[in-house]
Design a protein around this ligand. Sequence first.
Ligand code: IPM
Ligand code: MN
Length: 354
Amino acid sequence: MHKIGVMPGDGTGPEVVREALKVMKAVSEKIPFQYQLTDLDYGAERYLKTGVVLSDEELEGLKRFDAILLGAVGDPRVKPGIIEKGLLLKTRFGLKQYINLRPVKLYPGVDCPLKNKKPEDIDFVVVRENNEGLYVGEGSFEKKGQPDEVAIQVSRNTRGGVERCLRYAFEFTRKRNKRKKLTLCGKTNVLTYAWDLWERVFQELAKEYPDVTPDYAHVDATCMWMVKNPEWFDVIVTDNMFGDIITDLGAMIQGGMGIAAGGNINPDGVSMFEPIGGSAPKYTGKNVINPLAAVCAMGMLLEELGECAAAKLVEEAVMFATSQKMKSQAAGKMGYSTQEVGDLLVEFIRNKKA
Ligand code: IPM
Ligand code: MN
């Protein structure tokens, strides 16, 4: 019995999570597996009522789940950063979800802004370090408010943190078994402390994985190649900040935020899966937002729980919708409502011959 915590969160989060759970139920009836959902009301709404985002006890309580599905965080009524830091980052750090796994895959039928690029050209995975770097929140002001003020923001990279991330990436590249190429995306020419460490550990580990081809690209060049030659990539591994940036670019080349999903992974603990687009407040309650990113996140969750056949069926259903039904992946332009997209997937799954 898989115990799954569900955090619909803010904005359109609840709408897309509802569809993801609908699809999950259909899949569980086709390829039987047992699960139990626990609804968690963490997010802006509760914060506005109680002043609590996520208490330490609640964070501790999340450890009882096998996995978590998150909708979205962020609400215009709450100062930017409060929910993001208090819920999303607190969970990522507190549950030691040290990997942020973000597949960049162009599904058939999805519009790609890159000229002449096809599904076979855009299919790689970004392994983003998720617990360190610039996200540790270390820093200081000197002479705040003065003309000669200095603001310092620290990027903290520990040997252990870098190594576990790189090891995960090497293992992942091997298991994915596609081109078996792992690109380290860094900035060794300028950030000569952090990337010196990353590069040294990368080269050390590469010796343990002779079947994986190690590759390196600066982050700026990575952005260029992602647009010009995305087919060169298989797996990219990078730090927290660069990973944040390049995965938004990745989301765009795979068809937009409507379809991009990711997982915050603790390989030995509780992982949390989420559509990577935000809470899209302007679409809230309109039944126009694309639920596919949340559905894909749910698929990744099933994969992580070992329900690989179920995860595969979820992906097939998504591809059916993108290739044969939906007009666009953009909110309000899909040719279907949020719920109808969910219905399409459910119908596909129910009718699928075993
Ligand atoms: C993401 C988001 C978050 C991040 C924000 C909301 C804190 O942009 O998941 O990529 O910067 O990691
Ligand atoms: Mn981001």
